[in-house]
Design a protein around this ligand. Structure first.
Ligand SMILES: Cc1cc2nc3c(=O)[nH]c(=O)nc-3n(C[C@H](O)[C@H](O)[C@H](O)COP(=O)(O)OP(=O)(O)OC[C@H]3O[C@@H](n4cnc5c(N)ncnc54)[C@H](O)[C@@H]3O)c2cc1C
Length: 417
């Protein structure tokens, strides 16, 4: 089923009765050429690009719940290419280009909105750091504009510029950054993979990974044993647990990250804004809710909800930056399980077990990586070679320390990422 303006008008006139399920609900086969564990954004995009770019269609995505019920449906939808370090910057640059063509490629409205991101700075030292970052972004071929205080005021006049504890000195503006509708991204990739013959199997938890003589031979699931020679672990916050099924201990800690949304308001915030003196960022959804978040909850957990101290901390930072939001009512908060690596950068790599691949360690920034991660993992699974944009995301950097990409300069302390 394709989407077009004509189809939307026709269905509107005839009672919306012509729509069909967007993907099949197949029974698992006894064997596949490759299996992807995890039906989140990364698992679905990997399946899509395996089928589209490499012609591998006898594959399955196994999801223990419903497609898109993990972090892909829980994030705050910010998309950007403003990374500083080589290794990361070319990857996220590639990802943003894929975002820009995604709606046409998937024929699916992902509500991609390049409304621009402003990272505020509040001291001379912070300005220097942002100048360096901006230069790295421009060298990479992406866009970055340094704004002074008046430049920021012109774009977002409702911030507190006057009596604030942390005066705004300026901001690094990234016009091509923005947001997209997270569920639609999952649905678009799911539909595209399904159309190419990929089996998307929901309510199918992987409970074991079969390995014989150092090679993957299949997976144990709640719906039976499935044979395969290639398995990718793409389970975000559960990566440590699933990798343990293959006898691996990953350099990953799982932490809760919360987010919040207010009641719907008339359009007021037309950019993504992040506060430089606290961990707080905000944007407005197309439905009108102010969507915002902040830091991790500072303890390892598999719970998909957070605690009150971090709520207070985030609200406090928001009120400091833009006191006007105090009038809005918060409707909901929720949490997701973040797969935190010691250097804040991800892993897309083979493992010591033949046929077993890893895609994890996305910390709290894996939404923007969805297209490029799927692209790179599909390349690795199909060709056996790392994709050029993801060559730095090696697992062994945590063993020998060579090639660590400490994007935030915070070392192994997750609470400082
Ligand atoms: C509150 C919050 C805000 C965020 N904001 C942003 C943002 O603004 N920008 C950004 O870039 N990133 C953001 N992120 C991060 C981003 O959402 C994640 O990094 C990314 O979604 C993780 O990849 P995924 O989509 O594949 O994960 P998921 O959607 O979690 O997919 C993993 C899937 O694996 C499944 N699974 C686990 N174990 C098994 C098993 N044994 N068998 C079968 N299936 C299994 C899970 O059920 C899950 O569906 C945010 C995250 C949160 C929680």
């Amino acid at each position: 089923m394709g989407y077009s303006g004509f189809k939307v008008i026709k269905e509107g006139l005839f009672g919306q009765k012509g729509w069909r399920p967007v993907w099949r609900n197949p029974e698992p086969k006894s064997e596949y050429d490759a299996i992807i564990i995890g039906g989140g954004g990364h698992g679905l995009s990997t399946a899509y690009y395996l089928a589209k770019n490499h012609g591998m269609t006898n594959i399955a995505v196994l999801e223990k719940g419903d497609l898109g019920s993990g972090n892909i449906g829980r994030n705050t939808t910010i998309v950007r290419a403003n990374y500083f370090l080589p290794g990361n910057s070319e990857f996220y640059s590639h990802s943003l280009k894929l975002w820009e063509g995604m709606e046409q490629d998937l024929n699916y409205n992902t509500m991609m909105s390049q409304r621009g991101i402003i990272n505020l700075f509040h001291s001379d030292g912070q300005r220097d750091a942002f100048v360096r970052r901006g230069n790295a972004m421009v060298n990479q071929g992406d866009d970055a504009i340094l704004l002074d205080r008046e430049g920021v005021r012109n774009l977002v006049p409702y911030l507190d510029f006057e009596n604030t504890r942390f005066p705004i000195y300026g901001g690094l503006y990234h016009p091509r950054g923005g947001s997209a509708r997270h569920d639609a991204v999952a649905w678009g990739y799911a539909r595209g993979a399904d159309q190419r013959g990929v089996d998307l199997i929901q309510q199918c938890e992987v409970t074991g990974i079969d390995i014989t003589a150092g090679k993957v031979t299949g997976v144990q699931t709640t719906r039976g044993v499935i044979k395969t020679k290639k398995v990718a672990i793409v389970t975000a916050g559960r990566s440590g647990q699933v990798a343990a099924m293959a006898g691996m201990r990953l350099p990953i800690e799982s932490h809760v990250l919360q987010a919040f949304v207010t009641e719907g308001l008339k359009p007021v915030i037309d950019h993504v804004i992040s506060f430089g003196m606290g961990h707080f960022y905000i944007s407005q959804s197309d439905k009108g809710g102010l969507v915002f978040g902040g830091d991790l909850d500072f303890y390892a957990s598999y719970a998909q909800r957070g605690n009150l101290p971090m709520k207070e901390h985030v609200m406090e930072a928001g009120m400091t930056l833009m006191p006007m939001i105090g009038k809005a009512k918060v409707l909901r908060s929720w949490g997701g399980i973040m797969d935190m690596t010691p250097d804040g950068s991800p892993i897309i790599d083979k493992t010591p077990t033949d046929g077993l691949f890893l895609d994890c360690g996305w910390c709290y920034g894996g939404f923007k990586a969805v297209p490029a991660s799927g692209w790179a993992l599909a390349h690795l699974m199909a060709t056996g070679e790392s994709h050029e944009t993801a060559a730095g995301f090696r697992l062994d950097r945590f063993r020998d320390g060579v090639g660590l990409m400490d994007e935030e300069g915070t070392g192994a302390q997750h609470n400082l990422h």
